[in-house]
Ligand binder design. Structure first.
Ligand code: PAF
Length: 287
């Protein structure tokens, strides 16, 4: 295993990228907040497979945490992160300070369109503006590249895609499948907050999504019935505080009046188990 090079400054990163691009190489980019797990590793794998030079950023972005959220305790382990990046073939890690990313202080936030309004946008009102602001800044620093995002944060991916188009940033956003534990729990850095009893209940989110997707697959055309199916399953977990369960059109995040034949929909759930806030989603196609 060889460790990737680490740069901490924008100038250092851009000098490396200029040299790489001068050879005609393509650049892949995996933005992260660190505490990397196999889900992040799958993004690095996708970048390494498709691009000639892969950059991983590790930056816990204060802007996307509300004052009552877990910024201070967000898990961090940079040494383990570098080892994982090296194991998966990343070429360079960008590990900047807050002042390097926001040199003029709190930046004017990027305005998030309608796709960021419901669900996560309603539960965490300032979150997507913080995500879009940092990702826009990172995309500008990176320049032309392919950027790899996990579908676990499906709405985040839609917000970022929209932002890149609206700001005309030369970045192609590539979505990658969710990586799960054997019992279905989607991998997340925040799973570390789960106490053993909560961890045993956590796969209920995925079971709820599978039940909802099965209802769609069996021809249920009323979205509210599908949502009830998911809520019934989630009620099996005594400690789960459900935040939302929803069925939406994947591009607009609007709930359709009816699910029409052949329509692709996205089922999403979020909830709190102890200190952990969990989100998950699956796609479904109506017969
Ligand atoms: O998904 C994440 O880890 C973060 O929201 C991101 C995209 C790295 C922006 O800080």
């Amino acid at each position: 295993m060889s460790l990737p090079d680490v740069v901490e400054t924008v100038a250092g990163l851009q000098a490396r990228l200029d040299a790489v691009r001068a050879t005609g190489a393509s650049v892949g980019f995996v933005p992260t907040m660190g505490y990397l797990h196999e889900g992040h590793a799958s993004l690095i794998d996708a970048a390494v497979a498709a691009d000639d030079f892969t950059v991983v950023s590790i930056f816990v972005n204060p802007l996307q945490f509300a004052p009552d959220e877990d910024l201070a305790e967000y898990p961090r382990d940079v040494e383990a992160d570098l080892a994982r990046c090296g194991d998966h073939g990343a070429d360079l890690v960008f590990h900047p300070s807050v002042s390097e990313v926001y040199p003029v202080g709190a930046e004017e936030p990027v305005v998030v369109g309608a796709v960021g309004g419901p669900l996560e946008g309603a539960s965490r009102p300032s979150h997507f503006a913080g995500v879009a602001t940092v990702v826009a800044r990172l995309f500008r620093i990176m320049g032309c590249c392919r950027a790899y995002f996990g579908e676990k944060d499906f709405q985040q991916m839609a917000v970022v895609r929209r932002m890149a188009v609206e700001l005309e940033l030369p970045v192609e956003v590539v979505g990658c499948p969710i990586v799960r534990e054997a019992d279905g729990l989607a991998l997340s850095s925040r799973n570390v907050y789960l106490e053993p009893g909560e961890r045993r209940q956590a796969p209920v989110l995925y079971r709820a999504l599978l039940a909802g997707a099965a209802a769609v697959g069996n021809g249920e055309a009323d979205p509210t019935v599908v949502v009830e199916v998911m809520e019934d399953v989630m009620s099996e977990a005594p400690d789960l505080v459900v935040d939302y369960s929803a069925l939406v059109e994947p591009d607009t995040f609007v709930m359709p009046g009816r699910i029409t034949t052949g329509a692709e929909v996205r089922l999403l759930v979020a909830g709190r188990l102890g200190r952990a806030r969990l989100v998950d989603n699956v796609g479904a196609v109506a017969p």
